[in-house]
Design a binder for this molecule. Structure first.
Ligand code: UDX
Length: 435
């Protein structure tokens, strides 16, 4: 089938490359000329394991191309996907839909013959109906259906998530559109991936409900970890003990510094606002948003406490800056709260992140960046692990101790064993676990 993907950002690029790999003919369209030129030259605008080779293979096979011009590919497309950004609107937290609506208008001007217009961007309930309205108003002769098909890709694992998803959700109002969507995802049918066909509004809500539920699960275990610290319990064992209950499940029960990233913070807030607008407030999600914000802000206090109550004149080594490993994404990363708070408390911050330092340099100031974890530790008064990159999981503890002024480690991701660290002479502080 022929697919046009509007938006060569994270979702558009991964989805486009994967659809091409399924055998479809895909054109990714973006207005950012630099991005398109880079993609044409084989340079990825984002860090995502496996993406570069997937793109290269499919470009070589002639199934994937990039363009600035929507009119060149959309008229012959069976499906046009809208995969543009829906950032939080400044000031009120509602999703900003201006890029989605603009894409809808542009699609209306160029489609020719029956076309399924698919919203892949995360959009509030009712957006599909609005997109349909815009297209109809702009081009009354257009023959089209508007479908919702949310993505559930995790950064760092996006290709696998696309090709081996737990489920695909399709919100379509008519049989014709369903048929096109079924054909697009046919390779997954063969793998017996459950495909949830539903109406558009339900599909739109599923996406927000899924992200809000996962954010709630994380926040729940984070609160449990605080309680564990007070009562001498171990949050990892609590998570295992409850996670083995099939009704609860073990995933997304890792206590940490609070969730960040491009989806959970923005989508929880957008759901809260939509629910308030419809007079059906989601009080649980409202609490989750507040608790998570406060949690991220409070993490620096743990470092200050570990250093005896003051950071004046001290140097802190920060390992990891991105909101999670295997990405260069800094959006809403806990480090954006932690680093400035450490600096405000008087510390000099030295940091290393395997992929996020360029991004970080735009968002944080006065950090001394280093070339590796050990360089970061040299002469520092304490080390804080903010992101659980694999290369931080097996540091040579003796070497670490010889480099640090004092053997103080604050592990916000629980990647070391408390007892082992104490035995090796480290003043070890983690989340929700007795030392
Ligand atoms: C998320 C959803 O998982 C994905 O389905 C959706 O499409 C987009 O949002 P992503 O933001 O890439 O994906 O990352 P994810 O792995 O879900 O982690 C989000 C945040 O939660 C990270 O900051 C991570 O560190 C944190 N997290 C996750 C925890 O603190 N504990 C956990 O147990 C899991």
């Amino acid at each position: 089938m022929r697919v046009t993907m509007i938006g060569a950002g994270y979702v558009g690029l991964v989805s486009g490359a994967c659809f091409a790999d399924f055998g479809h003919e895909v054109v990714c369209v973006d207005k950012d000329e630099r991005k398109i030129r880079k993609l044409e030259a084989g340079v990825m605008p984002i860090y995502e394991p496996g993406l570069e080779s997937l793109v290269a293979e499919n470009v070589k096979a002639g199934r994937l191309s990039f363009s600035l011009d929507l009119a060149a590919s959309a008229p012959s497309a069976d499906a046009v996907f809208i995969a543009v950004g829906t950032p939080s609107r400044r000031g009120d937290g509602f999703a900003d839909l201006s890029y989605v609506y603009q894409a809808a208008e542009e699609i209306a001007q160029v489609i020719d013959g029956y076309t399924v217009v698919v919203t892949k961007s995360t959009v509030p309930v009712g957006t599909g109906a609005e997109v349909e309205e815009i297209i109809r108003k702009t081009n009354s002769a257009a023959d089209f259906s508007v479908v919702s098909n949310p993505e559930f890709l995790r950064e760092g694992a996006a290709i696998n998530d696309f090709k081996r998803p737990d489920r695909v959700v399709v919100g379509a109002e008519d049989e014709r559109a369903q048929k096109v969507m079924r054909e697009l995802y046919r390779p997954l049918f063969i793998n017996e991936t459950p495909i949830v066909f539903t109406n558009r509004a339900t599909s739109e809500l599923i996406k927000y409900a899924a992200n809000a539920f996962l954010a709630t699960k994380i926040t729940f275990i984070n609160e449990m970890s605080d309680l564990c610290e007070k009562v001498g319990a171990n949050v990892q064992e609590v998570a295992r003990g409850i996670g083995l209950d099939g009704r609860i499940g073990a995933k997304f029960l890792h206590a940490g510094p609070g969730y960040g990233g491009s989806c959970f913070p923005k989508d929880t807030l957008a759901l809260v606002r939509t629910a308030q607008t419809h007079d059906a407030p989601t009080k649980i999600v409202e609490a989750v948003v507040d608790i998570n914000d406060a949690r991220k802000k409070s993490m620096a206090d743990r470092v200050i406490a570990a250093c005896g109550g003051s950071l004046e004149g001290k140097t802190i080594a920060a390992l990891g800056l991105t909101f999670k490993p295997n990405t260069d994404d800094m959006r809403d990363s806990p480090s954006l709260d932690i680093v400035p708070a450490l600096q405000k408390a008087g510390a000099k911050v030295r940091a290393f992140d395997p992929a996020g330092m360029d991004e970080a340099a735009e968002l944080l100031s006065d950090i001394e960046y280093t070339e590796g974890p050990y360089q970061t530790l040299e002469g520092a008064d304490a080390v804080v692990i903010i992101t659980e990159w694999d290369e931080f999981r097996a540091l040579d503890v003796d070497r670490m101790k010889s480099l640090l002024k004092a053997p103080i480690m604050v592990d916000l991701r629980n990647i070391y064993d408390p007892q082992e660290m104490v035995e090796k002479g480290v003043e070890y502080h983690s989340i929700g676990r007795p030392a």
